[in-house]
Ligand binder design. Sequence first.
Ligand SMILES: Cc1cc2nc3c(=O)[nH]c(=O)nc-3n(C[C@H](O)[C@H](O)[C@H](O)COP(=O)(O)O)c2cc1C
Length: 216
Amino acid sequence: MTEAADDFPKPPDENTPKLDALSLRLAAANALIRRRRTIKPVDMSEKPIENLHLATILENGNWAPTHGMTEPWRFFVYTGDSRRRLGEFLQQTYDQLTPADEVRPEKREKLGAQPLLAPAVIAIGMEREPDGKIPEIEEIEAVACAVQNMHLTASAIGMAAFWSSPPIVYSDEVRDWLGLGKGGKCLGLFYLGWPKSEDWPIGARGDVADKIVFHR
Ligand SMILES: Cc1cc2nc3c(=O)[nH]c(=O)nc-3n(C[C@H](O)[C@H](O)[C@H](O)COP(=O)(O)O)c2cc1C
């Protein structure tokens, strides 16, 4: 039998008036997870990223769960002038892979310009083990967990981050350019910087009760 989740208690939130260690840890986790936000390169300032912040973000990416301990995430970090080369390559790849009647000049323009708006761009790679014993979907899931770890860490620091996935990133051309093996894949571009605005964006989600089926 299934039933609606209406009677399920709301978990404690930041207004819960307890100050024991567990409540504080939980309040910190709640705030971090619920306040993580996408902030796009156009809303990033020119302030550079400190190496310690970048290192912490990458280190936490490395602590994602991984079935079979394959650790399939690969991070290709573009800063400085390499961002221009990344943008040029994305534009060339767009030209190569987009049928003439589907070309949208503004999309092409954005692919080249966007990497220069963020102080760091991380191309997110998924690498496969040669024996392929773990299903590809699980390796993709592990990399997505790594990206979430990085995004949460960036939000904790107060940094802006954006996971972008223009269709060309999934191509063999991008995979080969990054230097991933034949079974590997690029899963997107993770833009990192500092928000221009002091107003942290407000998020929105539908009610979790609509996404739960309880079986008792
Ligand atoms: C796998 C993945 C790919 C995404 N690709 C894009 C993208 O190409 N363009 C975009 O505008 N947002 C992209 N997003 C970000 C979502 O738009 C964003 O998470 C959503 O608007 C919710 O906002 P929030 O992250 O602030 O909660 C992507 C998110 C995920 C998980």
